[in-house]
Design a protein around this ligand. Structure first.
Ligand code: TRP
Length: 336
């Protein structure tokens, strides 16, 4: 008999608010694409998560559709993987409620992201902001995910998902797979172009600090031209040269050239030449994905079809988990 070895399940999600940055793309999203060959992947647009901060409904609708189209444009294959919008599968909200009854107030109070966000938005410290990590745990545990590719900023949330899973399993017997964070080490962290000691962030006030992956060529080249460097004139990777180091990391990630090769290429040349090269190489790398995005975003029928298929697949992949949980906690099944 042929033995079928099930592939491990990967689950990850991004919020639809704000277009991903070059840092998100090189650090995480490109990796999502590669993982599709080896794993059973489920990738989601976390619309439910995004309303912990007040959103404009019309804008949010547009952002969800665009983020979803972007997922496809980047190379998430809706046939091979599950590409879905979180809110299209009701099981996320349902499991989240149950899990919230197995999560302690104290645990949630210790979440650094909650502390940060509630300081930033003191006018809207809502319960959703507080229980957000429970919803994220539900996202993960619903699909029995083995691995969760995330940035380091999300590691504490994965820890919580593990704690909840373990607690539930120890009370009711094996129910949830223990998820592991999958943190990519290969790509260096991409820093702000205006303050290279800070991470490149989409919420930066200075628009020149951050490259959005939908920025057009001229904008990309211009932002790199304005990147903060140092007062020397040598393109080399060295402690203290944060700006140049960051540009070298980007150029290396985008072109696959080693630091040595880059140093050679620009020896005797000025920062101006180097910045222009980084800008052009980045624009070149993003161009095919951007063209694909334009094609998809104009094809509302295709987007709708993929969303529907993704929602169905997501529902099917998660239904058993939710049924099992309802049964274990003692809810009564409707007779058929
Ligand atoms: N909280 C994540 C973020 O803000 C997005 C997210 C939601 C997520 N659900 C998830 C990531 C499940 C991994 C797994 O980036």
């Amino acid at each position: 008999m042929e033995e079928v070895i099930a592939k491990k399940r990967i689950l990850s999600a991004i919020q639809p608010t704000n277009t991903p940055t070059l840092g998100n793309y090189l650090g995480a999203l490109l990796n999502w694409i590669k993982l599709q060959d080896e794993y059973d992947c489920a990738y989601s647009i976390a619309d439910l998560h995004s309303i912990t901060v007040r959103q404009d409904p019309q804008k949010l609708r547009k952002q969800i559709t665009e983020s979803y189209a972007l997922l496809l444009a980047m190379g998430v294959d809706p046939k091979k993987s599950i590409a879905f919008v979180q809110g299209h599968n009701p099981a996320h909200a349902e499991l989240s409620w149950v899990l919230s009854c197995y999560t302690q107030f104290g645990e949630l109070s210790r979440m650094t992201q909650f502390k940060d966000k509630s300081e930033k938005h003191p006018e809207n410290i809502n319960a959703g902001l507080f229980t957000y990590p429970v919803l994220m745990s539900a996202d993960i545990l619903l699909y029995q995910a083995d691995l969760v590719p995330v940035g380091v900023d999300q590691k504490q949330h994965i820890e919580l998902a593990r704690n909840i899973a373990q607690r539930f399993n120890s009370v009711y017997g094996d129910t949830f797979t223990m998820p592991e964070p999958y943190i990519t080490k290969t790509t260096a962290k991409i820093m702000s172009l205006q303050d290279p000691t800070k991470k490149m962030s989409k919420s930066d006030e200075n628009p020149n600090a951050c490259i959005s992956i939908l920025d057009d060529r001229d904008t990309i080249v211009r932002k790199f031209k304005r990147a903060v460097t140092d007062s020397e004139a040598e393109v080399c990777y060295r402690e203290g040269k944060d700006g140049i180091n960051n540009l070298m990391s980007i150029y290396s990630a985008v072109t696959d050239k080693s630091f040595e090769e880059i140093e050679k290429e620009f020896s005797g040349k000025g920062y101006g030449d180097f910045k222009l090269a980084v800008g052009e190489a980045t624009a070149d790398m993003l161009a095919p994905m951007q063209a694909e995005f334009q094609k998809i975003i104009n094809d509302k029928k295709y987007i709708g079809d993929c969303m529907r298929e993704g929602a169905e697949k997501a529902y099917k992949a998660s239904r058993k988990t939710l049924q099992k949980v309802y049964k274990k906690v003692g809810f009564v099944e409707l007779p058929r």
